[in-house]
Write a new protein. Structure first.
Ligand SMILES: NC(=O)c1ccc[n+]([C@@H]2O[C@H](COP(=O)([O-])OP(=O)(O)OC[C@H]3O[C@@H](n4cnc5c(N)ncnc54)[C@H](O)[C@@H]3O)[C@@H](O)[C@H]2O)c1
Length: 250
């Protein structure tokens, strides 16, 4: 119950899906959480639901477009002003695309790279100074199995998630001396609005390729994020945690 007791977390893309699941699990483990997303109404609703269940103001909603430095600065300031500091950053916000190299427009490329790749860099850039003031911290960057392997489509998504994987290792090396751990998580097919947008025909072959032959619930990734965020993972940095029912083991 107290695996994150006393810690303050900032979760991007936390209005729904995996980010919302992580916010719920974090508060259940004793953390206070600032949830940032572009979906303001959904973010507020998620924070309200968490607070009613917790019986205390453990979650706060902020507007955060991860591509905007000013939004990140304000979100980190909210963590410090409202909850006293920042210990954990979950760079979870992300958008998908399906087009291959030739089928991806320049606009689509820029949009996916901006959210999935630049957003993760900006989050770390603004979170690290606040974590230093606390004497350390944990950053969890949500990549994907598509950051490790190719699929023949989703060119911008693969490029962005592969970049997150290496940016994570680079930051882990850079900030080890500051006691800030940086790890990446690589989910397979997780049942969230992102995946619910795909048709059963698109999804089934991907599900069939994983030895466990099923999709996962967001909490199955969330518990892995809890572990990496907590002091239980005190010697884990620069690691990539695959959560994919064996998809990439084949
Ligand atoms: N669902 C899957 O199967 C799957 C698999 C591998 C990796 N992922 C990754 O997991 C993460 C969470 O995705 P999810 O499955 O919960 O999907 P989701 O679409 O339910 O949630 C993504 C959230 O990110 C938010 N977001 C999008 N653009 C944003 C921006 N510019 N600024 C702030 N927030 C923004 C969305 O509003 C949404 O709330 C993403 O990084 C995604 O790429 C998902």
């Amino acid at each position: 119950m107290d695996r994150l007791k006393g810690k303050v977390a900032l979760i991007s893309g936390g209005a729904r899906g995996q980010g919302a699941a992580e916010a719920r699990l974090f508060v259940g483990e004793g953390a206070r959480v600032v949830i940032g997303d572009v979906l303001d109404a959904e973010t507020a609703k998620t924070a309200d639901q968490i607070n009613s269940k917790a019986g205390t103001r453990a979650a706060m909603a902020v507007h955060l477009d991860v591509t905007r430095a000013a939004d990140w600065r304000a979100a980190v300031e909210t963590c410090t002003r409202e909850f006293g500091g920042l210990d954990i950053l979950v760079n979870n916000a992300g958008i998908a695309n399906s087009g291959g190299v030739e089928d991806t427009s320049e606009e689509e490329w820029d949009s996916v790279i901006n959210v999935n790749q630049k957003g993760v860099w900006l989050g770390m850039k603004f979170a690290v100074p606040a974590m230093r003031k606390r004497g350390g911290g944990s950053i969890v960057n949500i990549s994907s199995i598509y950051g490790i392997i190719g699929s023949g489509g989703s060119a911008a998504y693969h490029a962005s998630k592969g970049a997150v994987r290496l940016l994570t290792k680079s930051a882990a090396v850079q900030y080890a001396g500051d006691k800030i751990r940086v790890n990446s998580v690589h989910p397979g097919v997780i049942l969230t609005p992102m995946v619910e947008m795909a048709s059963r025909e698109q999804l089934q072959p991907v599900i069939d390729m994983a030895p466990m032959k099923r999709v996962a619930q967001p909490e199955e990734v969330g518990w892995c994020v809890v572990f990496l965020a907590s002091d239980e993972a005190s010697f884990v940095t620069g690691a990539e945690l695959v959560v994919d029912g064996g998809y990439t083991a084949v």
